[in-house]
Design a protein around this ligand. Structure first.
Ligand code: HEM
Length: 664
């Protein structure tokens, strides 16, 4: 071999080795320079994974609360390669970090996972700095209340399907299994999992124990129509069934909330409920495509983590043909939705009013419920409103087509499983607390239904539902105890000293009055642990007690939700949150970066309207021997502890309670 070919032969491995060594050195030096190394915290249990493995079960074993007890409110745990990561439950520190979203953005590996999870690199969830500053105002003009009929229609459709499965088809065995790859709702999509073989996600394996959720597809019941008047008139004449049936409510709710976000987000009919109710694989093209992308991104990939440190690895990522097809489909449908809305806006608004500026940033969240003028032929979905607002803003501030496309997938990613798990956890909490469920039902029954001929509820009825204080307390309490997003992460973009409410001790016993961080340090905000903190919520912080939100004596801290309504329920000052002084929907500061949830009002209204439709005359209970665990994969979903192989599920028993029956 000649000298030059020997050099060539050695050059590649040598450069790879140099690249790896320098990157590792860079990581090591950064860790050695980080002031976080002086903080106390649990010993690392693995060289490569630090404490990450034990953290996998943190929502079930109160790990953060235990660490907090041992090391105080501010401490470090170890991440990949044993890097120190800050964890703090100090309310001032959390408020400071969350309130400076542009100085403390999401770490790259989180943004990348979210982007891959279909929200795209240019959606609101993933953009930073000026792009975020420019995009965020576009979301300020949702008129959430005008979406109530959409929530009602889907809630009633779901209710009718459940009624059909549980009360009118009892003698019938389940329909044959059908294969669909859409929304397996499984936390373990490995090939060994029984779910992987392809049964319908809402069909469980033991028909005797848990009813398969699919009705006989050969006889499509009128109950699965989405026409509310037909459903309501049938509901009241249902037979009382004392035994009831058990179904996996999570899988059904995932479909219902997908349909909602399709309609409310961009006027698209996913037909996901309808398809499942008819036992068919034939849901919409977009639902299929999103399912492919979302399922694949949800899988934990070491490659994604490694690529955060070794960016060169990104070029080796394989994009298989199915994934490519799914992305093309999403793009094709997204572009046609945008074009259709754009031409409607141009037709209704000419010439465009370029002079109108967007509202100043600090008005954004507070204006979310503002009435916007709408003509009959204007669509009210979020995309249409976004396009109208885009059209009338200065050209330099407009969203590009790519950015619009990313918002479509952002709505689906951020607004669908968050809400379905929130409703699921609420039904679960109510199933475990039947007395609370009875009280809630009593309150819901005081809200009159319109005559059977009505196609939807009146604005007054929607107002009565959304303003019902017991329902509001139940939803707040459930979202406190069962936050669908249980933690979030930030990275320090500069060296900083984070203020704290409580001084804490470093590992040498020294007193610290601020948390010093170095650029690049990673921070975890333990949303669930903060929501359950005994310092804030009292000794019964772990208990589902909606009354805590109604009790005047509990409200000793003045606080306002971002929409100006009085914040309620906190015993002492907790971390400031967007809603109800809890971090379930994150938090932000309109001046230094607001990354709080733009969909929180939509989600709350949707949850309330679903609960109203489902709980008025159906009782939800759970077999007391079933233990439910939480499993985090971006969103925190339930699993049956003894059946981890079945993936995510929430088997609840449904019993019909006629309107005039005493439901005890
Ligand atoms: C119960 C339901 C929901 C929960 C618990 C929830 C929770 C959250 C949380 C915790 C954040 C902040 C994440 C962080 O700072 O790291 C967030 C952000 C966000 N949410 Fe939600 N969300 C819900 C429903 C929705 C809905 C229905 C939509 C859309 C229509 C939505 C859209 C978004 C978007 C776009 C962001 C990113 C905002 C930004 O970074 O500027 N969410 N959500």
């Amino acid at each position: 071999m000649s000298l030059s070919s020997t050099i060539m032969f050695l050059a590649l491995p040598a450069s790879v080795a140099i690249y790896i060594v320098t990157t590792l050195l860079r990581i090591l030096i950064r860790q050695l320079r980080s002031p976080l190394r002086h903080l106390q915290g649990p010993p690392s249990t693995s060289l490569f994974m630090g404490n990450l493995r034990e953290m996998h079960d943190q929502e079930n074993n109160d790990l953060v609360a235990q660490w907090e007890k041992q090391y105080g409110s501010t401490f470090v745990y170890r991440g990949f390669m044993r890097g120190s990561r800050l964890m703090t439950t100090d309310p001032v520190a959390v408020g400071y970090i969350m309130g400076k979203a542009y100085d403390y953005p999401k770490p790259d590996f989180i943004k990348e996972t979210l982007a891959k999870m279909a929200s795209g690199p240019e959606g609101l969830l993933t953009v930073d700095g000026d792009d975020h500053r420019r995009q965020n105002p576009a979301f300020s003009t949702f008129h959430i209340k005008s979406l109530s009929p959409v929530f009602w229609e889907k809630a009633v459709q779901l209710r009718a399907i459940w009624v059909d499965i549980c009360f009118t088809r009892q003698s019938q065995r389940s329909a044959p299994r059908r294969s669909t790859r859409l929304f397996r709702v499984s936390s373990d999509p490995s090939p060994k999992s029984p779910r992987q073989k392809g049964p319908n996600p809402i069909e469980l394996d033991e028909p005797e124990a848990i009813s398969t959720a699919l009705p006989d597809s050969s006889s499509s019941s009128p109950l699965i129509t989405s026409r509310p008047e037909i459903q309501r008139s049938l509901i009241d004449s249902l037979p009382l069934n004392d035994v009831g049936k058990t179904i996996d409510v999570l899988a059904w709710l995932a479909r219902a909330t997908l349909d909602v976000i399709g309609e409310a987000g961009f006027g698209y009919d996913f037909r996901s409920l309808e398809a499942a109710a008819q036992g068919s694989d034939d849901s919409s093209e977009l639902a299929e495509a999103f399912g492919v992308i979302f399922d694949s991104a949800r899988k934990f990939r070491v490659m994604t983590v490694l690529a955060a440190w070794f960016p060169v690895l990104r070029i080796f990522r394989r994009q298989n043909a199915t994934m490519q097809r799914a992305q093309n489909t999403m793009r094709k449908i997204g572009v046609s939705l945008i074009e259709e809305r754009q031409s409607m806006v141009v037709a209704s608004q000419s010439p465009p009013e370029y002079s109108k500026e967007k509202p100043p940033l600090h008005d954004l969240i507070t204006t979310m419920d503002v009435e916007i003028p709408e003509t009959d032929n204007e669509r009210r979905d979020i995309l249409s409103i976004l396009i109208r607002s885009n059209h009338s803003s200065q050209p330099s501030r407009r969203l590009s087509v790519n950015e619009m496309l990313c918002q479509i997938s952002t709505f689906i990613t951020a607004g669908h499983e968050t809400t379905s798990t929130a409703i699921t956890w609420t039904l679960y909490a109510l199933a475990r607390a039947l007395d609370v469920q009875r009280t809630l039902r009593m309150h819901l029954r005081t809200i009159p239904l319109p005559p059977p001929s009505a196609t939807t509820l009146t604005p007054e009825t929607f107002d009565a539902i959304l303003g019902n204080s017991y329902l509001d307390s139940v939803v707040r309490e459930s979202l406190r105890l069962h936050a669908p997003v249980t933690s979030t992460m930030r990275v320090a973009s500069t060296d900083d000293a984070i203020p704290v409410a409580q001084p804490f001790r470093d590992r040498y016993g020294g007193k610290c009055t601020a948390i010093h961080v170095h650029q690049g340090d990673i921070i975890t905000i333990p949303i669930q642990a903060l929501n359950k903190s005994k310092h804030v919520w009292g000794e019964d912080a772990d208990v589902f007690r909606p009354e805590r939100w109604m009790d005047e004596t509990d409200r000793d801290v003045p606080f306002q939700d971002h929409d100006g309504k009085p914040g309620r329920g906190q015993k002492s000052a907790g971390a400031p949150g967007l809603w109800g002084n809890m971090l379930t929907f994150g938090n932000g500061n309109s001046i230094n970066g607001n990354r709080s949830c733009i969909g929180y009002r939509l989600a709350i209204n949707e949850i309330k309207i679903f609960l109203f439709a489902l709980l008025r005359d159906i009782e939800f209970s759970i077999d007391p021997s079933i233990e439910i665990d939480k499993k985090v994969n971006v969103v925190t979903r339930p699993v049956v502890k003894s059946e981890p192989h079945r993936g995510n599920q929430m088997p609840l028993r449904l019993r019909h309670i006629p309107p005039d029956a005493d439901d005890r």
